[in-house]
Design a protein around this ligand. Structure first.
Ligand SMILES: [Zn+2]
Ligand SMILES: [Zn+2]
Length: 436
């Protein structure tokens, strides 16, 4: 019997993760993402095949893994069954609404309507981690450590078992326990965002210390600090860290403004804290002060953000790649003063304003204006992904492993060389079908 996977997205790239697993009779779509950048790119599923999809499992609430769901629903008559954890479902609700709003605001034609968002949200079947469910194949969600509710998917067909990682993080953070290890599988489909040799990250603590020191020196100079961030994941980790350091006195006191969708995501994190690490649950259970509701956190009260500009502050806001949203408004206000600082913490796609500034451009075209960037610019990577060393450890720790597919990365070839001796390794190209 055939048991195959077609890589409709996320092959040789970071973005639009979407893998179609098919046994002939039954099928399962792993993730349905979009690729964000100056223009949005969709998975390459042929229109005619969309109606054939029976089951969809979503690993986590980032648009590069779930942003295509509403469009998929708008195109399909037979509504597929969608499986996700509760935090993923809740977080997707705000992501889709915001994505719809931003597209409409930018004058782009959204690929779906508000009714499709409703249909997706109502249709999602909530599954708990570590419990078997029927996703066409017997399947299980297993913690992937990346953001709240993020999961790997393990499923099997006849004698063959497959583990798909989604996005992986091995480290224990303030909010998350690192990914589960030692899950047996014959075949592994793994992300390798930082699989390239040059990409070993500095330790998480070291990066965070650099980040805090950098913010502190700017505050002491009387400047503002702008940190563009994705709404879900790093933003919450960063906010809890800022609260910790400010409480302890290691970081100068200043208002921390939370703008864009980050506060909404923060509330969903708090409501679903049962899915977070043991340590944060203990902290909330055993003390009165709730780190998600720190006294240092503020939300802007005015539409033009003039209230934020009154005294030096830290501003954490969307969009993470400076593609519109409040981060652009703040950049306009802050960019001309060398006392201020922009700190880039996340992945910046090609051709985005964030990437161009990182590459040294200082006259940046944005929303019909030319911004003269005279503020300081710093790049401190605070990653939600396993680095090369951690990936290698993770892969070696999969009992029974025979075959590896490397996806969700631009340098799959590098990791391939490291494993070719011991395993069958494949770096699939977009649109290719392979036996699992
Ligand atoms: Zn992710
Ligand atoms: Zn991803």
């Amino acid at each position: 019997m055939s048991f195959q996977a077609t890589f409709y997205g996320g092959a040789g790239e970071v973005g639009r993760s979407c893998i179609f697993v098919d046994s002939g009779e039954r099928n399962l779509l792993l993730d349905a993402g979009i690729k964000l950048g100056n223009k949005i790119e969709y998975p390459l599923i042929p229109e005619g095949d969309i109606g054939k999809i029976q089951n969809i499992a979503i690993t986590h609430a980032h648009l590069d893994h779930c942003g295509y769901l509403p469009a998929l629903f708008s195109k399909s008559i037979s509504r597929q069954r969608v499986y996700a954890t509760k935090p993923t479902r809740d977080l997707m609700g705000i992501l889709f609404a915001d994505y719809f709003k931003v597209q409409t605001m930018r004058g782009e034609k959204p690929a779906f309507g508000e009714n499709d968002i409703k249909a997706v949200m109502q249709g999602i079947r909530i599954e708990e981690p570590d419990k078997e469910f029927n996703a066409g194949f017997p399947a299980r969600f297993i913690n992937s450590g990346h953001i709240l509710g993020s999961m790997m998917v393990r499923f099997s067909h006849e004698n063959r078992s497959v583990l798909y990682t989604g996005d992986l993080s091995m480290r224990n953070t303030r909010i998350m326990d690192g990914a589960a290890r030692g899950v047996p599988a014959d075949t592994l489909i793994t992300e390798n965002t930082y699989g390239g040799v040059t990409d070993d990250l500095p330790g998480a603590k070291e990066s965070m210390m650099r980040f805090i020191d950098s913010i502190d020196s700017t505050l002491k100079d009387g400047g503002f600090v702008l940190v563009p961030s994705f709404a879900v994941g790093r933003a919450q980790e960063i906010l809890l860290a800022l609260d910790d350091y400010m409480r302890s006195g290691a970081l100068s006191r200043a208002p921390i403004y939370i703008d864009g969708m980050i506060m909404k995501a923060m509330r969903i994190y708090r409501q679903n804290v049962i899915y977070a690490s043991e340590s944060i649950k203990m902290r909330i259970l055993t003390s009165d002060d709730d780190p998600f509701k720190s006294r240092f956190f503020h939300v802007p009260r005015t539409k033009d953000r003039s209230d934020v500009m009154k005294e030096p502050a830290i501003i954490i806001t969307t969009s993470g790649m400076l593609l519109g949203g409040p981060s652009q408004t703040y950049l306009e206000k802050l960019c001309s003063d060398p006392k201020n600082k922009l700190i880039i913490v996340g992945y910046q796609a090609k051709d985005t304003p964030g990437r161009r500034i990182l590459e040294g451009e200082r006259k940046v075209h944005m929303g019909g204006k030319v911004l003269d960037i005279r503020m300081k610019v710093e790049n401190i990577r605070i990653s939600g992904h396993a680095d090369r060393g951690e990936l290698i450890q993770f892969i070696k720790g999969v009992p029974g492993l025979k075959k590896i597919f490397l996806v969700h990365g631009e340098n799959g070839g590098v990791l391939k060389d490291a494993f070719e001796k011991d395993y069958e390794v494949c770096v699939p190209a977009l649109g290719e079908t392979h036996n699992l």
